[in-house]
Design a binder for this molecule. Structure first.
Ligand SMILES: Nc1nc2c(ncn2[C@@H]2O[C@H](COP(=O)(O)OP(=O)(O)OP(=O)(O)O)[C@@H](O)[C@H]2O)c(=O)[nH]1
Ligand SMILES: [Mg+2]
Length: 349
């Protein structure tokens, strides 16, 4: 498999081709991933999410530059960037202008940037993104940024791919903050208040800090039970993260680079925390289990569906429309009917 060999040796063209095959769900992409998968699992995957226009791309560019030119004497990291459905795409400088000096990144072999359009199902997008991250990972990229807009279900799905989640907020969001908290504050590992050069940054910072303290106080009560009793409602990851990891709140001005060293430090700190606490293994295993569950579900469903004709499925659906049968009863009936042999398999009743 020459393509994969080339990718593993760092050939950018091979990587670009393979990423396209994955994105287009080409028939050979599964065979490619069979091999790539075995070479992946090393990269630090960082999800970057927040409202449209909050400065995620500008921030990611800055962070990528910082990873390329470490100030602490360590060797430069190879950085992959996957941007999902960006309204301001990474185009190598044209969009972001001279301020961010994207051309420093675009001529750099240690950086690979890929924008993807949202299409297909949300679950499909998350799967594709995960597979693309696997390809970058196998190609030796040490850090992979995954940029997604907003706080919806698709972002939550994609966020689950990441080891570390950087939430990007802006000053002056006032009442919206309640909404942010409800949806997403819990999933963040690090919060950047970007556009800190804008008015209202103090208020936003205070509100966010209060919320984080309230959250950790809430989880603190649980900690008194030595994790003997977990609340069913708290997401497992957020709960244990909150117990041992203090979410840093960092003011940034992505356009000038202010606060970038602090974000880099926080990213290093979180990686360190994941590795020393064992969370790295736990999240990795959770993610692989979810992938496997989803694949099995999909394969089982498709296999089952393949046994009956679309007309038969429609007829069954009609019985739902006419309320002749409940969905639960119908599902049970359909599952136990062996359509290939048109017989009712009677082991369920
Ligand atoms: N004043 C100020 N402007 C900023 C800052 N960071 C980014 N911007 C500007 O905000 C605009 C949006 O920045 P992007 O980096 O494209 O934001 P984004 O979150 O990636 O946007 P989408 O991907 O479209 O959701 C650009 O015009 C940036 O120059 C900042 O810290 N301060
Ligand atoms: Mg963007």
């Amino acid at each position: 498999m020459d393509q994969v060999d080339a990718l593993l040796k760092g050939d950018r063209l091979a990587l670009a081709r393979i990423l396209s095959q994955i994105e287009n769900n080409a028939p050979e992409s599964h065979r490619l991933l069979d091999i790539l998968f075995r070479h992946a699992g090393k990269a630090h995957i960082i999800g970057v999410t927040g409202p449209a226009g909050s400065g995620k791309s500008t921030l990611v560019n800055r962070l990528a530059l910082a990873y390329r030119r470490p100030q602490d004497g360590t060797s430069p990291k190879k950085v992959g960037i996957l941007a999902i459905d960006p309204t301001s795409p990474f185009t190598g400088g044209a969009v972001l202008g001279d301020r961010v000096r994207m051309r420093d990144l675009s001529g750099d072999d240690g950086v690979f940037i890929r924008s993807m359009a949202t299409r297909g199902t949300l679950g499909g997008l998350a799967l594709t993104t995960g597979e693309m991250a696997t390809a970058l990972d196998a190609a030796g990229f040490d850090v992979i940024f995954v940029e997604t807009v907003g706080v919806g279900q698709s972002e939550m799905e994609i966020a689950r791919l990441a080891h570390t989640i950087l939430l990007v907020e802006n000053p002056g969001m006032g009442d919206d903050i309640q909404a942010i908290k409800a949806g997403i504050l819990e999933i963040g590992s690090i919060i950047a208040i970007n556009k800190a050069d804008r008015p209202g940054v103090e208020t936003t910072e205070r509100v966010l800090r209060n919320m984080l303290e309230m959250n950790s106080a809430g989880y603190g009560d649980d900690a008194d039970f030595h994790h003997g009793f977990k609340t069913d409602t708290a997401p497992a990851l957020a709960e244990s993260d909150a117990a041992a990891w203090q979410i840093p709140l960092i003011r940034t001005v992505a356009t000038t680079g202010e606060g970038i060293p602090q974000v880099i430090e926080a990213l290093h700190g979180h990686l360190q925390y994941l590795k020393t606490s064992g969370r790295w293994q736990v999240t990795q295993k959770d993610r692989l289990r979810r992938d496997l569950d989803n694949l099995i579900r999909e394969v089982l469903f498709q296999t089952w569906l393949g046994r009956m004709s679309p007309e038969e499925y429609d007829r069954a659906l009609d019985r739902l429309f006419t309320r002749t049968v409940s969905p639960f009863r119908l599902a049970e009936e359909l599952i136990v009917t062996d359509y290939a042999n048109k017989t009712q398999v009677n082991h369920l009743k």
